[in-house]
Design a protein around this ligand. Structure first.
Ligand SMILES: [Zn+2]
Length: 112
């Protein structure tokens, strides 16, 4: 056995992601061929890793909607901005109206 078990087990994620050098991979493969406990460890880890790597594959194959209508989005944004502006105007008008009403009532109460 050229590699220690803990080294082989530490290398698992690199092995799984297939980013080991050919030499290291060959040594891991050779170790796994003759070491039952590391082989069991790798099988357990592979079972754990299977789901996340499926998710990675799915994420990699994900294609964003390239038909996104940017002109339409810009129009919607502009409309939203206008709506905010109108809302602001309505609030100002309301405050003015309230102010005028309060002032009128105060004037009336003071007998003017
Ligand atoms: Zn081992």
């Amino acid at each position: 056995m050229s590699m220690h078990c803990h080294v082989v087990q530490d290398l698992f994620s690199l092995y799984q992601d297939d980013i080991l050098s050919d030499e290291t991979r060959a040594e891991v493969d050779a170790h796994l061929a003759e070491c039952d406990s590391c082989r069991a460890f790798y099988e357990d880890m592979r079972a754990l890793y299977r789901r996340p790597s499926d998710r990675v594959a799915k994420a990699k194959s994900y294609q964003p909607d390239v038909d996104l209508d940017f002109a339409n989005v810009a129009k919607k944004l502009r409309r939203a901005k206008r709506r905010n502006w109108m809302l602001g105007g309505a609030v100002v008008a309301l405050l003015l109206a309230a102010g005028v009403t309060i002032t009128n009532q105060l004037d009336r109460r003071m007998g003017n």
